[in-house]
Design a protein around this ligand. Structure first.
Ligand code: BTN
Length: 236
C-alpha cells in the first residue's frame, strides 16, 4: 500500500502528532519525519532527546489488524536492523544496539480511530536513530551512532533504505505475527546467553524469546517469562 511522506522542520514529537491526528479521525498511512523534536518521547515515559541534525526521528502511522499484537516491537526492530547493517544487534524489547551501545530506540503506540472494523487500530511506530555522535550527558553508557558503520550517512538515504522493508515487515506481522520474525530476532539477539538484571531486581541469563516475543530468563532453578513492556533489562 502507498503512504505519504511528510518532512517537517520541527514538531514536539512525531508520535504525539500522529496520535493526535488518529484521535481526530485521520487514519491514513503516513511516514512523518521531523528534523527536530522539542518533546521527543521514549518508552516508560522517558524523554528522548537528540540535538538537531544528529538523529533521524520519524513515525510511521497506519491501520493494522494483527490477530495478536505481541512481539510487534521486536518485528520492527528486526526490520530496521536488517535494513541498516548486518552488525546491528537487537536488545529486547525494542532497542537497536551497536557494539554494546544503544543506536536507536523504538516507541510504538496505538489509537482507536473509531473508523476501523473490529480488531484494527491505528499503529504509530516511532523510531529515533542516532546518525552522528549524540550527547551522552547523564547516560551510563555513551550511545552509538550509525556514522560509525556508514561514514557520511545522510538521513534521507537512511529513510529510503528502511521505509519499504519496514512497511513490508508490518504487513507480514499483520498476517503471520511474531512467529515470522522469531528466528530473525534470534540471529541478532544481543542479550542471549548474557547475565542480565530486570528492573524488578531479578537476575539471570537471557535465553531468547518465546513464540509471542516474551523474553526468557534463566534464573536460579526456573525459567522466567518476561512479557511486560513495563520491565527494563540491563546487562549485569
Ligand atoms: C526509547 O528508546 O525509549 C524509544 C525512543 C523513541 C524515539 C522516537 S523519535 C521519533 C518518535 N517520536 C517520539 O517522540 N519518539 C519516537
Amino acid at each position: 500500500p502507498g503512504f505519504t511522506v511528510e518532512v517537517v522542520p520541527e514538531l514536539d514529537s512525531t508520535n504525539s502528532e500522529l496520535m493526535r491526528r488518529a484521535r481526530s479521525g485521520r487514519a491514513d498511512p503516513v511516514l512523518l519525519v521531523a528534523q527536530r523534536q522539542t518533546a521527543g518521547r521514549g518508552r516508560l515515559g522517558r524523554v528522548w532527546h537528540a540535538e538537531a541534525g544528529t538523529a533521524l526521528t520519524f513515525s510511521l502511522g497506519l491501520p493494522l489488524a494483527p490477530a495478536d499484537w505481541s512481539g510487534l516491537s521486536l518485528a520492527v526492530g528486526v526490520a530496521l536492523a536488517e535494513s541498516l547493517h548486518p552488525r546491528i544487534r537487537l536488545k529486547w524489547p525494542n532497542d537497536l544496539w551497536l557494539h554494546g551501545r544503544k543506536l536507536a530506540g523504538i516507541l510504538i503506540e496505538t489509537a482507536s480511530t473509531g473508523a476501523e472494523p473490529g480488531g484494527a487500530r491505528y499503529a504509530v511506530i516511532g523510531a529515533g536513530i542516532n546518525l552522528a555522535p549524540p550527547s551522552a550527558e547523564g547516560l551510563a553508557t555513551p550511545p552509538a551512532w550509525l556514522g560509525e558503520l556508514l561514514p557520511q550517512v545522510q538521513p534521507g538515504q537512511v529513510l529510503l533504505q528502511l521505509a519499504a522493508p519496514l512497511v513490508e515487515a508490518l504487513l507480514l506481522f499483520e498476517r503471520a505475527g511474531f512467529a515470522a520474525f522469531r528466528a530473525r530476532f534470534d540471529d541478532r539477539d544481543a542479550l542471549r546467553g548474557n547475565a542480565i538484571v530486570l528492573s524488578d531486581g531479578t537476575a539471570g541469563t537471557a535465553a531468547g524469546t518465546n513464540e509471542q516475543g516474551a523474553l526468557l530468563v534463566h534464573t536460579a532453578g526456573a525459567v522466567k517469562t518476561v512479557t511486560s513492556s513495563e520491565v527494563s533489562v540491563r546487562p549485569a
